[in-house]
Design a protein around this ligand. Structure first.
Ligand code: NAD
Ligand code: UGA
Length: 464
């Protein structure tokens, strides 16, 4: 069997590496139009940082795992073609700012139809709006060569960055949506299921109709993000009343109906998908004439924006209502620990807000490059109508946490990297201007212990 995956990103790369590792008899080729990315996948410095990924790629690359820019050849030779391209929020025209931009999906469907000279199973791995398989089917049917037929399956990916390899090795479930009403549809579902069944227990492989599968992916992300916005909403009430949000989370999480996961209050959720997918859900609800349902889910994103803004406001008001000319050390820039991904990271917005307040920032992240940090913050400043270059003159990037915090008035923790928990805060305090402020945007530090060292320390959802 031969598999081709179009899109060598955070999903395509790790997902196919695990399939190749687990199925040595299947040839897996990951293709992309981005040559630089493919070159990186073929090098010792992979484009994605993910614990365990290096070893997985090393085990299979060159054996039955290949990364290539030869898109047409890989499609033509494959029995199963995964589409794992990006589906960002549309920035133009109808649905701008909410709907998913499906142009890359459509381009893939057209390419598959054009170059295929045998029948194939096409798998939507990208996150797409419900009914997208209809679009893919229509494009394939309209331009397929004689004798070629296509079965379109939905197989959304549920991995989280930072734990992608573990998530792929033993997922809670694999979801396969297909045409459950026809024998050909059922056969296609079974063919894909049999690949996963090489290492995943059958009871974890679920099959549904295509629409349920597509909608389940958006719904899963909306439910997860909704828990974070809910606990973040409560965090503000905690700060006003003296309750401690971590204690509240522990208490409610013990209710087995609620459960303990995704109740960590933070400076706000980031990542390439939560906001994009909820906005997509909001657009779908509006499209289908369901304004109340749309407003309900939109509130999850609004609460997240509020949480990011109020974090910066708290920093400024606590530091005597001005941070102008003050040096602030920023620890962490990735949207969560154990990844080099910064897409929609709360840190981008906090840094942009503080540069608008004329603070001088020194940022440190163990896996994010200086170029990446400057580009991300610069893009938001430009979007807000600023001269980005001028404001970025006050942002520097340090190569250690110690260097980022030296001589600073305040330290902000914006990503929960484990190494920040074991920093020598006594030494950091000694090297800072006094009073020394510390704002833990991830609640990973012991706030009372920091206060005992002399810091004016604040956590999310913790009174002062
Ligand atoms: P990404 O931007 O990292 O990767 C997408 C890749 O597709 C890019 O390298 C791009 O060059 C390539 N591409 C685009 N159009 C192409 C074309 N016509 N031919 C060949 N290559 C093309 O995106 P990602 O984070 O891997 O996400 C991909 C999809 O998976 C999205 O729909 C996303 O919502 C979904 N998803 C992402 C995650 C995650 O953790 N990042 C998890 C689950 C689902
Ligand atoms: C999320 C989902 O968890 C995956 O199941 C899904 O496949 C993926 O989106 C996707 O569709 O892209 P990911 O964004 O990689 O995965 O990472 P998460 O662990 O979900 O974290 C998202 C954001 O929420 C991070 O900024 C994280 O710090 C924040 N978060 C998470 C909290 O603030 N509190 C929590 O309790 C959990």
């Amino acid at each position: 069997m031969k598999i081709c995956c179009i899109g060598a990103g955070y999903v395509g790369g790790p997902t196919m590496a695990v399939i190749a590792e687990k199925c040595p008899d299947i040839t897996v080729t990951v293709v992309d139009i981005n040559r630089q990315r493919i070159d990186a996948w073929n090098s010792d410095t992979l484009p994605v940082y993910e614990p365990g990924l290096d070893a997985t790629v090393r085990a299979a690359r060159g054996r039955n795992l290949f990364f290539s820019t030869e898109v047409d050849t890989a499609i033509r030779e494959a029995d199963i073609v995964f589409i794992s391209v990006n589906t960002p929020t549309k920035t133009y025209g109808e649905g701008a700012g909410r709907a998913a931009d499906l142009k890359y999906i459509e381009l893939c469907a057209r390419r598959i139809a054009e170059v295929s000279d045998s029948s194939k199973i096409i798998v939507e791995k990208s996150t797409v709006p419900v009914r997208t398989a209809d679009v893919v089917r229509q494009i394939l049917a309209a331009s397929a060569k004689p004798g070629c037929s296509f079965q379109v399956l939905s197989n959304p990916e549920f991995l989280a960055e930072g734990t992608a390899i573990a998530d792929l090795q033993l997922p809670d479930r694999v979801l396969i949506g297909g045409d459950t009403a026809s024998p050909a549809g059922l056969a296609a579902i079974e063919k894909l299921a049999s690949v996963y069944a090489r290492w995943i227990p059958r009871e974890r492989i679920l099959s549904t109709n295509v629409w349920s599968s597509e909608l389940s992916k958006l719904t899963a992300n909306a439910f997860l993000a909704q828990r974070i916005s809910s606990i973040n909403a409560i965090s503000q009430l905690c700060e006003a009343t003296g309750a401690d949000v971590d204690e509240v989370a522990r208490a409610i999480g013990r209710d087995s109906r609620i459960g303990p996961k995704f109740l960590k209050s933070s400076v706000g959720f980031g990542g390439s998908c939560f906001q994009k997918d909820i906005l997509n859900l909001v657009y779908l609800c509006q499209f289908f004439g369901l304004p109340e349902v749309a407003a309900y889910w939109e509130a999850v994103v609004k609460m997240n924006d509020h949480q990011k803004r109020r974090f910066t406001r708290r920093v400024v008001t606590t530091m005597f209502n001005t941070v102008s000319g003050k040096k602030i050390g920023v620890l962490g820039f990735a949207f969560k620990k154990d990844t080099n991904d910064t897409r929609e990271s709360a840190a981008i917005y906090v840094c942009a807000d503080l540069l608008e307040e004329q603070a001088a920032l020194t940022v440190f992240d163990p896996k994010v490059t200086e170029k990446g940090i400057r580009e991300d913050v610069g893009a938001v400043l430009a979007e807000r109508g600023h001269d980005a270059e001028a404001l970025l003159a006050r942002l520097t990037v340090a190569d250690s946490a110690e260097a980022a915090t030296r001589d600073s008035h305040a330290v902000l923790v914006l990503t929960e990297w484990d190494q920040f928990k074991s920093l020598d805060f006594k030494a950091i305090y000694a090297g800072m201007k006094k009073p020394a402020f510390l704002f833990d945007g991830r609640n990973i530090l012991d706030i009372p212990a920091l206060r005992a060292l002399g810091f004016t320390a604040h956590g999310i959802g913790k009174g002062s």
